[in-house]
Design a protein around this ligand. Sequence first.
Ligand code: GLN
Length: 331
Amino acid sequence: MVQGYVNLNTEKNKQWLQEYVDNWVTFFKKQTDTGKVADYIPKLEEADPDALGITIIGKGGMQIRSGDLNHSFSIQSISKVLSFIVACIDRGITYILQRVDVEPTGEAFNSIMHLQINNPKRPFNPLVNSGAITVSSLLNGNTSDEKLEPLFNLMEKIIGYRPEIDVDVYVSERDTSMRNRAIGYYLLEEGYLESDLGVTLETYFKQCSINITTDDLARIGLVLSNDGIHPDTEEIIIPKNVARIAKSLMLTCGMYDASGKFASYVGIPAKSGVSGGILAVVPPRVRNNDLPFLDGCGIGVFGPALDKQGNSVAGIKLLRHIANSWDMSVF
Ligand code: GLN
């Protein structure tokens, strides 16, 4: 830690920090009714709209966990960060970035329009569906299971167990995915895909259906905060240059067409998913006052009631409040 500043995440302060987060979870839980659970994938509609939970894990091991934590949920679009990371590790950053750009779209995550209007010769970024589906096609392997093996391995190294696909969510998404199929055909027509379209889409639907918890998201966030190094084992899980691009993409494109607002008002790299999860990364920071988690932390949030852009309505408010009070912004 940077000398001279007091990191408040000591065991002595833990109870105070815990109570602080508990109070704000209770407060923002009341605002879940301003959002709506995703219904375009029928299985997602079964989620509890009132749920709100958060896990924060700091570099020194301090954990704050609050709210509805007994929920597991499908990772959805948050998987796009991980598939991008795996693709960069296995194929090289240059190869991947020649095929998917790193520019925000300002459009909805499942838009085709920007590709057609701007004809950019490659999808805008790996965190919108067109880019993520292209990345799924770039993963090594001939079947969806082969393609996803390295992604499962990466997750297992970070979260400590091998996560599973929620088969009901997968089937529900696969059978109702007209828009993603349309995007897939468009990408195929333009020559952006490297694998068979059926295998590519199956890979994408499966990766979105992987079950996780807020604890898992916080652990992933912590490894990213720590430049790709596992804080407990010191193992390099993600090369630093890959982690850096992943975090830049999260900051500029991670919250759909609300990414600019999130960067301005919250100011930390984050990625949301339509099941209500948010993965957030707080890098180490230098400040003049005593604050918690100065060495960096990972945050996982779950709140399935979504706003118009598809982000957890109460989750964003909670994150914004905590990030502002603890001065977590990267700026
Ligand atoms: N499975 C979702 C889809 O492509 C993922 C989208 C999301 O979380 N925004 O429709």
